[in-house]
Design a protein around this ligand. Structure first.
Ligand code: AVJ
Ligand code: FE
Length: 454
């Protein structure tokens, strides 16, 4: 009869081999999804740069495997990579303040064939490591608890969202919809604008180290915030609502905009959201695969600067990060939930996420996803801008697997977004996830709602 510690050992060995196979399956599924996303884009668009403030498309096909090799194989396991040149060239993306600060890129990128061959070699190395190496060894802070493995898996998930919003900028003749792609659901008129009162109470932000299987460094530590009473929009601001702001001439009203917001608005000649297009005097929606009517009930996607100006025009403001938490996860009893609707994991009846659609769906489409206060769409469809500057929580420590993940962005120029979009993976809908962008970045699937405190 084996001793109990021997039994425990046997059990963990079995568990470990199941974990290994599960990680390989997740890695493979991720890579397949990335490949499917690249297949949407016409080959002639490969070296184009759909967003000036980001690298060209070609970069991302190299970045995903190179990041995985850099993080798991080199940094984690301490082994050589596959191609040192690629592992520097594709190491990290860019986030310049404006178009004039875009760093130079190579005169010629490696060929697509070479990048794909690198990707295949990287996949083989990662899969072999997941199957055979001690990828979760506890005496190595990069690997401990599966940190590097989770880091590479979620990194690829996040960039699938990057790819989607980049693809959104491409001309329609440079994309092909996959067969069976769902048709856009335009819906009817938007629901009436309405706010609901959320009484003062506690919001728990962040997570405790060791209590969730994985989190990015900026999600720690957990801490409670007392949130005073406020009133918040039941629905995200819609295209119908925002059109009133445009028609009222608010892109010409400097008094509504912050100083940087106004500078961005004037220097770029911004007259309406980038997801909108003016065609023969009519405003239309730039859909993923076709131009569409401006669906009144879709959430408007805008920059933080535009969202803030709109809120000011409505004599209101954007919610703070703690207010978002209270609206999404708080309840009248004071208990807090894992998700707006309760503790059950996300499924397609609760929200629009995980690439279920290629364009948003009407606000209020998921009554089963409403929060305890009856607030809709707090997760999915579009991220939500907050008035909170992206900064570390108390007890922040850079993560060993990717120490510059957040620290470079604690510069007072990035704003917290919460909630997730149509292109956010399921695992990234956990309560503690924080996203962030510059205030003048209008390209993300990001909407907002307004709040008032009496
Ligand atoms: C957290 C979404 C702002 O896309 O720039 C990817 C995530 N960091 N690779 C980004 C990220 C490094 C990041 N965001
Ligand atoms: Fe990245």
């Amino acid at each position: 009869m084996p001793s109990t510690s021997k039994m425990a050992q046997l059990k963990t060995d079995l568990e470990r081999s199941l974990d290994r196979r599960a990680s390989v399956a997740r890695y493979r599924a991720n890579r397949r999804h990335t490949r499917e996303l690249f297949d949407v884009v016409a080959p002639e668009a490969y070296e184009t740069r759909p967003i000036e403030l980001r690298n060209p498309i070609v970069f991302y096909e190299g970045h995903l495997p190179a990041f995985s090799v850099n993080t798991l194989v080199k940094k984690g396991l301490g082994r050589p990579g596959i191609d040192p040149r690629f592992e520097v060239l594709f190491e990290r993306g860019i986030d310049p303040e404006d178009e004039s600060a875009v760093p130079g890129t190579p005169a010629g990128w490696p060929s697509r064939e070479a990048i794909r061959a690198y990707g295949r070699a990287a996949d083989d190395a990662i899969v072999a490591a997941l199957l055979n190496d001690d990828v979760a060894r506890e005496d190595n802070p990069v690997l401990s608890g599966g940190l590097a493995v989770e880091t590479i898996l979620e990194h690829e998930r996040m960039h699938q969202e990057t790819l989607l919003y980049l693809w959104h900028r491409l001309p329609h003749d440079q994309k092909r919809a996959p067969t069976g792609a769902p048709r856009p659901v335009l819906g009817g008129d938007a629901p009436a604008r309405r706010r609901v009162r959320v009484p003062a109470g506690r919001a728990t932000l962040g997570a405790k180290r060791g209590e969730i299987p994985f989190g990015w460094d900026n999600e720690f530590q957990e801490h409670a915030v007392l949130v005073p009473e406020f009133q918040i929009d039941v629905h995200d601001v819609t295209n119908r609502d925002y059109l009133e702001f445009v028609r009222a001439g608010c892109y010409d009203r400097e008094d509504l905009w912050s100083e940087e917001g106004w500078r961005w608005r004037t220097e770029h000649g911004v007259r309406h959201p980038v997801f909108w297009e003016r065609r023969n005097g009519e405003l239309r929606w730039r859909g993923m695969f076709e131009e569409l009517p401006l669906a009144p009930a879709w959430p408007v996607f805008v920059s933080h600067a535009e969202a803030s100006a709109y809120a000011r025009w409505r004599d209101s403001r954007l919610p703070t990060e703690p207010e978002f938490h209270r609206a999404a996860y708080g309840t009248p009893s004071g208990a807090e939930r894992a998700f707006p609707w309760g503790d059950e994991p996300p499924d397609p009846s609760r929200a629009n996420f995980d690439f279920a659609t290629w364009d948003p769906v009407p606000v209020g489409s998921f009554p089963a996803g409403a929060s305890a206060w009856g607030i809709h769409d707090l997760l999915g469809n579009g991220w939500e801008w907050t008035s909170t500057v992206f900064a570390p929580f108390p007890g922040f420590e850079p993560m060993p697997s990717y120490p510059v993940y957040s620290t470079d962005f604690f510069d007072g120029k990035h704003w917290v977004m919460k909630g997730g979009s149509l292109a956010t993976g399921k695992e990234l809908l956990r309560r503690s996830v924080r996203n962030w962008f510059r205030g003048n970045y209008p390209y993300v699937y990001a909407t907002f709602r307004t709040v008032k405190s009496e």
